[in-house]
Design a protein around this ligand. Structure first.
Ligand code: ZN
Length: 165
């Protein structure tokens, strides 16, 4: 995706209030991020452990999604779970259930969408083999890099559709 500024981020959120978008913690190292390897920018709020954010560029406009991190019960150290975006297998703690409030009337009625995501939101880097999951790893498959990237993006867009749709 193209590099974005703090202002781009704060004006892109679709499922939280303007005040919340103004206050949320943005990554400090925006200029140094590997933008060409990112399908989306995902980060945990440095000042609020229960919050995470995802910023995607979809055919031009940026879409920012605020997420609640569900700490939940651990399934034990040996349990492995899979991220629903990049399909990377992680051991306990590497995948977290995150929920996004839906936009519009559905959101006002309290509807949200939950997804199991890489806890560090580095799906783009796992997809490209630039980051390895501790004790987990990519599932054994014969897709090319382009096919894997296309799949991660398709999963991301279907998640965005559920939030915005
Ligand atoms: Zn992932």
């Amino acid at each position: 995706m193209r590099p974005v500024t703090e202002r781009d981020i704060r004006t892109s959120f679709v499922n939280c209030s303007k005040g919340e978008a103004k206050r949320l913690g943005v990554p400090k190292d925006l200029a140094d991020l590997p933008w060409e390897d990112l399908d989306f920018l995902g980060w945990r709020d440095p000042g609020a452990p229960g919050r995470a954010y995802l910023l995607a560029e979809r055919e031009g406009p940026l879409v920012g999604i605020a997420l609640r991190v569900t700490s939940g019960a651990s399934r034990g150290f040996t349990a492995r779970s899979m991220c629903s975006l990049c399909l990377t297998m992680h051991t306990s703690g590497g995948v977290t259930l995150m929920t996004a409030r839906r936009t519009g009337e559905a959101g006002r009625q309290g509807n949200s969408v939950g997804q199991y995501l890489c806890t560090d939101l580095a799906c783009s880097l796992y997809t490209r083999g630039k980051k390895e999951a501790a004790g987990g790893g990519a599932i054994d498959e014969s897709l090319t890099l382009e096919e894997k990237v296309a799949r991660t993006r398709a999963n991301l867009y279907s998640f965005l559709d559920k939030v915005v749709g």
